[in-house]
Design a protein around this ligand. Structure first.
Ligand code: APR
Length: 231
């Protein structure tokens, strides 16, 4: 295990690309077809809830037709084998890490498979579409449910736990993320300041690449098993 005692991994949309889920900023990315301000902000939801629900209903439905790929499985295998501290932080809202067997996993941008009551904040599992007549469990009122997704201008989840783990880790690995969106894009600096080794596994060069000690360029399905398989 190359002597590491505490590993933090951050994943982005790129780790799910080879499972068939679109990323955001590629030429065929989700943000090419939808304006962020229309489908990924509280203001967009207030303006047109049906458009926003449909955007996430379509992405939630797609989960039934995709599978974890070798990169998801390699991370779950490593977590099982590793005898130190391991935390997987994902920006992704799909359920592929869970389905691959990852356990110590935090979805900092929320999850497609959960819905939230806009009145009480209660979170509940959400398998099917959120419809205009869908009722929350807490109030039983139609129209109270929103996707449990962290939108732009909203605070990501589990930040205290994540920063504690970054302060303690001696290896930080970012996989399949363009380093465009903060606070996730700044995690490498937090880890670096605490003396961790920092590695980027990505298909292409990214904006914050120079912050990493090492970059390994290539598809996650190959590079993640290669890297973690020999760790
Ligand atoms: N293997 C490895 N990396 C890949 C692959 C692959 N097969 N395919 C694409 N990538 C890389 C791309 O090169 C890109 O750098 O994955 C990255 C995906 O970047 P984005 O589309 O910007 O996705 P992400 O970084 O996860 O976005 C962060 O932004 O829009 C918000 O909330 C949304 O969580 C998302 C956040």
């Amino acid at each position: 295990m190359a002597g590491y005692r505490s590993v933090v991994v951050l994943t982005g949309a790129g780790i799910s690309a080879e499972s068939g889920l679109r990323t955001f900023r590629a030429s065929d990315g989700l943000w090419e077809d939808h304006r962020i301000e229309d489908v990924a902000t509280p203001e967009g939801f207030a303006r047109n809830p049906a458009l926003v629900q449909d955007f996430y209903n379509q992405r939630r439905r797609q989960l039934a037709s995709v599978e974890p790929n070798a990169a998801h499985r390699a991370l779950a295998d490593f977590e099982r084998r590793f005898d130190g501290q391991f935390l997987l932080v994902t920006q992704n809202v799909d359920d592929l890490h869970e389905r691959a067997g990852s356990e110590n996993l935090l979805h900092m941008h929320g999850e497609l498979r959960q819905a939230r009551c806009v009145v009480t904040g209660e979170i509940a599992p959400q398998k099917g579409d959120i419809l205009p007549e869908s009722r929350c469990r807490c109030c039983g009122v139609a129209g109270n449910l929103r996707p449990h997704i962290v939108w732009f201008n909203e605070m990501p989840l589990y930040m205290d736990t994540i920063y504690d783990a970054l302060a303690d880790c001696d290896l930080f690995v970012a996989i399949g993320t363009s380093g465009n969106v903060y606070p996730a894009a700044g995690f490498v600096l937090e880890a670096k300041q605490n003396g961790a080794k920092t590695i980027l596994l990505n298909l292409d060069e990214v904006d914050n690449a120079s912050l990493f000690d090492q970059q390994i360029i290539g598809p996650a399905s190959l590079k993640v098993s290669e890297f973690f398989g020999h760790l």
